[in-house]
Write a protein that binds this ligand. Structure first.
Ligand code: XIL
Length: 320
């Protein structure tokens, strides 16, 4: 039942150009997506700005294509994401809506999107990045929490559960790999949801790691404390970025260090019961978001731009 996943590129940016393709029409890429992975995550294609670009208008094509591809290849899909502060369409962020209107907009979106893929999504990232690093809720930049209050998070889980009772519903965030203020906030919220009977099934860590910072050595213990609450855990967006001067390649030592991070992340997940989903945020540097978003960092995935396998690839493959 252990799933190894990748994000499927599309709708975002890589290196220095946007790629409009919903799913790169790249034979080598597609072959590897089909062969090497048992779970797929749409990197952008189910986000609000892509799937709901105009009010009341949905564009399902790219997400449909990924779900169909997964079904043909016997893969599961992680839905990403329903309630987030980022990558929302302008009509939503800049529109003038009353509170009841906004609530209806979110409810209808969740019913429509979750309902469309009912029975085809293993795990949904219902709420993404709802806490700041200090453990406080994002009450400023998250439109839903700001306008409707924290109770909207519960509503989102309830609506998602009604639309697809079989999908496992997750909190997902970055910077929660360790036991810290932010993961403590999730730990408390999971307990609160459980006490109230709100349908939450999982807590997942993105794991956008950098060799600038050490490996989060308490990852396993942190996942374990959530498992002990009775929820599933997952690693959902693993990449390990490195500092490499422009025009140069990572050194062998850097590649080995990166491989070690990948190995340790996998080891932590494998050691925790209920951590059955382990997803890389892309597997080739060809389509990685990292160099676009992190100045001076890159080479974060397990394959080079021309699909050569790095030490990190073997670290993961040999362990499985
Ligand atoms: C990133 C994508 O990889 C990029 O293509 C896009 O331009 C921006 O978003 N946390 C998340 C993901 O939950 O959705 C983000 O994905 C990376 C950080």
């Amino acid at each position: 039942g252990f799933r190894i996943g990748t994000a499927v590129a599309g709708g975002g940016h890589h290196v220095d150009q946007p790629y409009p393709d919903p799913f790169p029409n790249d034979r080598q890429y597609r072959r590897l997506v089909g062969q090497q992975f048992s779970s797929l995550s749409p990197e952008n294609q189910m986000k609000w700005e892509f799937i709901h670009p105009e009010q009341g208008t949905y564009r399902f094509g790219p997400a449909d294509e990924i779900v169909r591809f997964a079904q043909r290849h016997g893969q599961v899909v992680r839905g990403h994401t329903l309630l987030w502060h980022s990558q929302n369409p302008a009509w939503l962020e800049e529109g003038e809506f009353t509170k009841p209107q906004l609530r209806r907009i979110l409810r209808d979106h969740i019913r429509t999107v979750v309902g469309r893929y009912k029975g085809k999504i293993q795990q949904w990232d219902v709420a993404n990045e709802i806490f700041l690093d200090d453990g406080s809720l994002r009450t400023q930049d998250n439109i839903w929490i700001r306008e409707l209050g924290p109770g909207i998070i519960e509503d989102a889980f309830r609506w998602a559960h009604q639309a697809d009772p079989a999908a496992k519903l997750f909190f997902n965030d970055y910077g929660v790999e360790s036991d810290n203020a932010k993961s403590d906030a999730y730990y408390a919220l999971v307990q609160e949801f459980q006490a109230k009977g709100v349908p939450v099934d999982g807590f997942s860590v993105q794991a956008h790691l950098s060799t600038r910072y050490g490996f989060p050595g308490d990852l396993q213990a942190n996942l374990q404390r959530f498992a002990d609450l009775g929820v599933e855990t997952a690693v959902t967006e693993l990449d390990v970025r490195m500092d490499v001067p422009v025009g140069e390649q990572p050194t062998r030592a850097q590649q080995d260090q990166q491989a070690d991070y990948y190995r340790q992340a996998l080891e932590a997940c494998l050691s925790v019961e209920g951590c059955d989903s382990f997803t890389l945020w892309g597997f080739t540097d060809k389509y990685s978001w990292v160099p676009v978003f992190f100045q001076g960092e890159g080479f974060a995935t397990v394959m080079t731009e021309d699909f050569r396998r790095k030490p990190a690839y073997y670290a993961v493959a040999y362990r499985l």
